[in-house]
Design a protein around this ligand. Sequence first.
Ligand SMILES: C[S@@+](CC[C@H](N)C(=O)[O-])C[C@H]1O[C@@H](n2cnc3c(N)ncnc32)[C@H](O)[C@@H]1O
Length: 174
Amino acid sequence: MASLPDLLPDPLPLPTHKLNLELRHHPKKGRGVFASQPLPRNLLLDVSPILLFPHPEYEAHGRHTRLDHYTYRWPGGFALALGLGSMFSHARDPNVGFIRDVEQSVIRYVTLREVREGEELCISYGEKVWFEEAESDDADGDEGECQRRAEESEPETEDTVFARMRLGEESDEK
Ligand SMILES: C[S@@+](CC[C@H](N)C(=O)[O-])C[C@H]1O[C@@H](n2cnc3c(N)ncnc32)[C@H](O)[C@@H]1O
């Protein structure tokens, strides 16, 4: 996950996005989404359409490929978030929550608290992840941090609880 072709610019600005965000490469995490501007809490960051792989097709093919690092559990199969949705790194204390909208076949990503300029935007993939979690001070120090120090975090309330909708919450596999 860590390799990035030499010719790709890093960081890569996302000028067509309405917010000032960019993709940055981390040696252990691979690419992730960073805020290039301060963001308020409860801000809709992205509405990512999903591509659904029905169970039989996924079990026969997708499960055995890199796709399996990206998919969300979804009624009827597994879903790949198109666009920014597939680029968010994992954090145990995420600053972004996601809501699966099954009817519209999209996932909405919303900030759970204020985000500083330069902070990484992370969701929670769940309790059990399938990779060795990179420490926030591995490479970028504070710049790569998804988590604020506890004293700076807002207390969890009912409207932040959707961050607990884990990627693969119904499964032991993810
Ligand atoms: C949904 S993808 C995220 C985008 C990915 N980083 C990329 O460059 O395409 C999930 C993968 O990112 C990596 N990853 C995400 N969060 C991580 C973390 N906190 N520590 C280490 N690796 C992480 C893992 O390799 C994981 O399988």
